[in-house]
Design a protein. Sequence first.
Length: 276
Amino acid sequence: MLLYAADSFALIFLSMLIDSHCHLDRLDLEPFDGKLDGALTHAREQGVKHMLCVCITLDRFKDVLTIAEQNDDISCSVGVHPLYDGVKDTNVDALVENSKHDKVVAIGETGLDYFYNKEPENHQLQQESFRKHIQAANQVNLPIIVHTRDAREDTIQILKEENAQKCGGVLHCFTESLEMAEAAMELGFYISFSGIVTFRNAEELREVCRRVPLDRILIETDSPYLAPVPHRGKSNQPAFVKEVGQFVADLHGMTYQELCEITAQNYQRLFSKSDV
């Protein structure tokens, strides 16, 4: 899409830039005088056209939903992150019921994270919660948002056993191997890259990104976490998805505008309930 600036008559390209994974209820709002609207305005000024606000605990779901309800360019999800205590209380019926709202376009963030907790009992709780999320997603025909770290085999195995190819979904903030990405894509899943791909020590991940087909790529911030270079060390925000998009475009040898359009189409195809 093209727009002529009224003052300078300069030609400006407006790209369909989407932050496919952010936690707007957890942003550091100090740079914006404590106001979420300030962070959202800044993102929009940087070209962000839509944001998916991802839920990680059911006790904060109402906050997430309220943000989405108050903004036409924000959708949300419902789910319990595998590292939160609420994982032991995951309930299929609650996920299904909360997903009925028009603004809820996905189930999750769910999945497996064995990096921080090595206890088998905890892994079992995570697995049970993960399965319940997939079951709920299949019931309501919504995609799942999957967090996975140091749990490659179990993640893919559970996706297969629970027939996750029916609902589809995304492996978000991907940091794992090409083999895992390929296994997920065989199930119809997308692979989302965050600011981590810009980090100096992430060459292996960059090679994975280069080899993931363009029609399976999403981009995200995972804000307020993992700010991309040159903002690394700062609190992340949706506006910084622009840097992720430019970096991924360079890896694929294409223009920023092309990458934005492709990832926007991928987003719309996966999160078809989202009003973009």
